[in-house]
Structures are given as C-alpha cells and as structure tokens.
Write a protein that binds this ligand. Structure first.
Ligand SMILES: [Zn+2]
Length: 422
C-alpha cells in the first residue's frame, strides 16, 4: 500500500474516531455528573479516566477504524456509491475488502495492536482461499477446479521421508453411480450424511507420492499430465530430473499421464518399475482401447528402462510390493518400511475415503474386476486396522494419509493430523 493511501485511510479512521469520541465524551460527562451527584462514583476518578480513554479511543479507532466499521477504504466507498446517492446493500466481506485485508496483513510494517494482529492473522487463510480460487485451477480437468494452496506435505517414517504431492483436484457429480454400485439410495444417503458429505457429488484428489530413502528418490505414479506434479515437487525443492525411480502402481490414465511432457520423458533420469501382470495386460491391448492407447503412447516407449516385479518384489531398500489385484489386473500396493515405522501405500485399493471404507463391497466403476477389488479391499483394510498401520492412498483427500479402523461390517478412514511429523 502506498504512503498516500495509508495516510488517507488513517485520516478517515481518525475522523470517525473523533466523531465517536465526541459522542462518547458527552455521554461519559452526563454519566459522570449523574454518578458524582448520586455519589456512586467519585468525580475525581472520572476526570482522570476520561482523557486517557479518549486518547486510547482515538488511537484504536485510527488504526482499527476501517476494520471496526467493516467498511472498505474511502476510495472503495466512492466507487461503490451509485448515481442516485443510495449505497447498495453490501455483503459482509466483498472481494475488495478481502484484497484490502490481505494487502494490509502482508505489507503492514508499523507495530500492530493485538486486535489488529488478530484481524491480520484471520485474514491470512482468507487470502489463501482467494488466491486458490482465482488461480488457474491445477488444470486437472478444465472444470474450474480449486486446489488447496499447498500441494505437498511430508511425513517422517523412520529412515524414510514420504511426501504427498497433490497433482490435481476437482468435484464430480453422480457419486452414487461411481462409488455406490449395489447400494440403495437410502443406504448411500445415510452413509454420506453420517460422514458429513453430500451424496450427489465427490471431490476427486490425485496424489502421487515421493519417497526419499536417503539414497534414492522414488516417485509413485505420475499424475494427470497437466503440470500439477511438477509444481508440487518444486514446493519441496525437487526437480523432475532428480527422480531416480518411477513406480507405476497400475496404468490408469490418472497415474501414467505425467510419464511424458510434450512427448519427452518427464523424469529424464529415472528407471521405472511396475507389476509384470499390469504391463502384460495393457501391452497386449488392441488399438482403440482408450487406456491401452495411452499406455502405448506414455509407457511402452520407456519399457527398456523398466523392471517388472511380482508380489513381494523389492523396489529399493525398505520398499516392497504387495499385490492387491482387482482394480486392474496388476494393481499393486507398496509397503514402506522405515525401520521404526511402516506405512502402506495403497494406491487405488479404495477410491473414496468414506463410501469405499464403510462398504468395501459397494462396487466402484473404475474397478475392472469388482469381486477381486472388493476382496482385496477387505483383506488389506483388515490388516491395516489390526496393525494400526498408517496408509497413504492416491485418491484420499489431501494430504492423502490416514489410519483405518473397523466400524460395523466395514471400516472407517481416519485422516492424519499431526502424526509422523518427526
Ligand atoms: Zn486412480
């Protein structure tokens, strides 16, 4: 904010404060006289208090005037007043005011009162929300997606550092048709309500995971291919050419989309790992299959740098594959063992954090073999709940990590809070 603007603001606040003080003085005079007369409060004490409180009032109002009165600065008022002189009804916080609060909180250098400091702090998440909303939507889908301001979060897992990387996020309608195969409308609505989410839409998240072993940087899945993963990596100071290993948990488009960028490998120095069953399935797919064609474009050209593993196979020290077929024919989860702590990277074992946990038997449209996918879900969730082992899932709400508890005949995903912070 320029000095001139700040001065105008100060003068405006002062003007209001003086008016307010004038009224307050008259009032306190009346009260003081009355009380002195009735003998309840000593007139001498009141005389001492009045100038002090008046000065305090001027200072406080000058600084806080614009906030206290919940009005935008004078320039904004001028713009807002229409021709007929009537001021239009104004929302509690309009865009201008958000910007105003944001600017003030980020650029103000003069000492702040506690109240002003609190106001400034309160404005920060708001500012983040405005930025996220106006930013060109992680470009996940072209639906006007809103991504949280931060796209990365790291966890300590013994000797391993595990970082969730948000590649994209967007809302989608028709949730029951996607996640509630076999559920009645009533059942689906009841589970949704019980978990405080709407039954008619789902927020999708796409979260590749980076595991740093100290020796190697291992990336699990590559995102939608629209640049989100590069941004998320940049947040933790990693460039794509620093990735040593790329593991594909399976080959659906939202996992292999980022393998190449403008026709060239995105992770130029990486070797690749995937399940042999997965590669064999897609590699023999005839042309014309949407996923098969994308595999042919994004994965097959890199096959010579790829190693194929089976259940129990090791990717790097402390990282081993655990088959969980069903979602696709070669879908793998990965056990991350940091010595003192373990975590299971569950990939697409469960596609929704509420519905697929509460009812693992509800069919998910993206599961290729529904029965096998359900069996895998139950088996792995039972293990996670029994061991109290943390998990990180590609489509869980960011930062995608949490725990599993049993609930009734099903399970419940308990999102991570401050566990694994170090
Ligand atoms: Zn997926």
């Amino acid at each position: 904010m320029s000095h001139e603007a700040r001065f105008v603001q100060f003068a405006w606040g002062l003007q209001r404060a003086v008016k307010f003080w004038g009224k307050a003085r008259i009032m306190s005079g009346i009260i003081g006289k009355t009380r002195a007369r009735t003998g309840t409060v000593s007139a001498q004490v009141l005389r001492r208090i009045r100038p002090v409180s008046g000065l305090f009032l001027i200072r406080a109002c000058a600084v806080l005037g614009p906030y206290l009165t919940r009005l935008p600065p004078p320039t904004a008022i001028t713009k807002q007043t229409p021709q007929d002189g009537k001021r239009p009804p104004r929302p509690m916080f309009d865009k201008r005011q958000k910007d105003f609060l944001t600017e003030r909180s980020s650029t103000m250098t003069s000492p702040l009162t506690r109240r002003a400091a609190l106001t400034g702090a309160a404005a920060l998440p708001l500012a983040a929300a405005v930025t996220a909303a106006s930013a060109p939507a992680a470009a996940a889908d072209g639906h006007g997606a809103k991504a949280p301001a931060s796209q990365s979060r790291s966890f300590n897992l013994g000797s391993l550092t595990v970082t969730a990387l948000l590649d994209g996020s967007f809302p989608r309608d028709g949730a029951q048709g996607i996640f509630g195969g076999g559920a009645t409308d009533e059942e689906f609505a009841a589970v949704s309500a019980e978990n405080f989410i709407p039954a008619d839409m789902a927020q999708f998240f796409f979260t590749p995971t980076l595991v740093d072993t100290g020796q190697q940087k291992v990336l699990f899945d590559t995102g939608l291919g629209q640049g989100g993963i590069q941004k998320a990596l940049a947040e933790v100071g990693v460039t794509p050419d620093q990735i040593d290993v790329v593991v594909l948990t399976h080959m659906h488009p939202d996992h292999i989309g980022g393998m190449t960028t403008d026709g060239a490998p995105t992770f130029a120095n990486a070797r690749y790992v995937t399940a042999s069953a997965e590669y064999d399935f897609w590699a023999k797919m005839e042309a014309g299959n949407r996923v098969g064609d994308l595999v042919a474009e994004k994965v097959t050209p890199l096959a010579e740098k790829m190693s194929f593993i089976d259940d129990g196979g090791e990717v790097a020290a402390g990282i081993s594959a655990m088959a969980a077929f069903g979602h696709t024919p070669g879908h793998m989860t990965y056990l991350l063992d940091g010595g003192s702590q373990q975590l299971l990277l569950t990939a697409d074992l469960a596609n929704h954090y509420v519905w697929s946990f509460a009812h693992p038997e509800w069919e998910v449209r993206f599961d290729m073999d529904k029965a096998a996918a359900t069996a895998s879900r139950r088996k792995v969730m039972e293990m996670l709940a029994a061991e109290r082992m943390p998990m990180i899932g590609y489509h869980m709400p960011f930062p995608a990590a949490g725990f599993v508890e049993t609930r009734g005949d099903g399970f419940r995903f308990v999102p991570v809070s401050y566990q694994m912070m170090g």
